[in-house]
Design a protein around this ligand. Structure first.
Ligand SMILES: Cc1ncc(C[n+]2csc(CCOP(=O)(O)OP(=O)(O)O)c2C)c(N)n1
Ligand code: SF4
Ligand SMILES: [Mg+2]
Length: 284
């Protein structure tokens, strides 16, 4: 379907009320993501957060490698592609060369927590004024479902056919909490995309992750618990339920650090407040 046919199909018929609209930051095109994959929901949130204060004209996206490698096709912003894992390093160069730009990376868990862990942690620790969106779907989605650092204990993947074993492969990596412990990080949170309430909370947190960059406070990090119905061998509804029932208990939701939330001039480490917001990044 070309763009015109898509637009015609989406246009409300006589008597129909439009309850969902597109925005100019998200290009109107057919998705390449699998049915039920939550990458698309994350894209929508990013587009809304960039559109509302009209940040898009000065935004530069650094795309990573993985299923979201074509992210630059969906967002109507400038962008470039980084080698696998190196998005934060590339974004560092972009932001330093273009200090007025709003720069963000969009990375999977294989990309950011495995191959690019060093680049990501050091960029965060340096307090680079960038925002990183980290999609945790517990697998290497694009390459067929291998184990990622975030794979759940007992989870079967193509490289852990008997299930991930703590003694053999170690436990799931909690990147939001690790990020919160780094001096240069101004905002670190984890949200989920499995329900309407969680998606709304994710949007608020995403806005904060961009605001700390714009306010020059440091690195903004948001982990989003997402799904991979294809490699999980689940239908979309079961996959969303799996996020709620199996992922959230392992990866608690919450804001672990928000420097800007402290009384003015007094940065606070809100990691200690995570209990306050846990499970309810709804309050993020
Ligand atoms: C240097 C390098 N090593 C390995 C690959 C192969 N590769 C491409 S995508 C990918 C996994 C991506 O997984 P993730 O980052 O979790 O993204 P997802 O597809 O799950 O969204 C791998 C290993 C590559 N492209 N480049
Ligand atoms: S393989 Fe998984 S992460 Fe990739 S598009 Fe399909 S469902 Fe989404
Ligand atoms: Mg992944």
């Amino acid at each position: 379907m070309d763009a015109h046919a898509l637009e015609a199909a989406l246009r409300p018929a006589d008597g129909e009320k439009c309850v969902f609209d597109t925005n100019p930051v998200l290009n109107e095109r057919l998705t390449h993501y699998c049915p039920g994959c939550l990458h698309g929901v994350a894209h929508r949130l990013v587009s809304e957060v960039l559109h509302e204060p009209d940040l898009a004209p000065r935004t530069i996206l650094v795309a990573a490698v993985g299923c979201a490698t074509f992210t630059y096709d969906y967002f109507n912003v400038d962008g470039l592609e980084a080698p696998h894992g190196r998005a934060c390093a590339v974004a560092t160069g972009v932001r330093r060369a273009r200090p007025e730009a709003v720069v963000f990376t969009y990375q999977g868990d294989g990309d950011m927590a495995a191959i690019g862990l060093a680049e990501s942690l050091h960029a965060a620790n340096r307090g680079e004024r960038i925002t990183s969106i980290f999609i945790n779907n517990t697998v290497y989605g694009m390459t067929g479902g291998q184990m990622a650092p975030t794979t759940l204990l007992g989870q079967k993947t193509t490289t852990t056919p008997e299930g991930r074993c703590l003694a053999r492969e170690g436990g799931p990596v909690h990147l939001a909490e690790i990020m919160a412990g780094l001096e240069g990080v101004a905002f670190a949170a984890r949200c989920a995309l499995d329900s309407v309430a969680h998606v709304r909370a994710a949007k608020k947190a995403l806005r904060r992750a961009f605001e700390v960059q714009i306010q020059n406070l440091g690195f903004g990090f948001l982990e989003l618990l997402s799904s991979c119905p294809t490699n999980w061998h689940m239908d979309p509804v079961t996959a969303a339920r799996h996020v709620a029932e199996s992922m959230i208990p392992v990866f608690p939701l919450g804001v672990f650090k928000d420097k800007a939330a402290a009384p003015s001039g007094k940065p606070s480490d809100a990691a200690n407040e995570s209990e306050h917001t846990a499970g309810g990044a709804a309050d993020a």
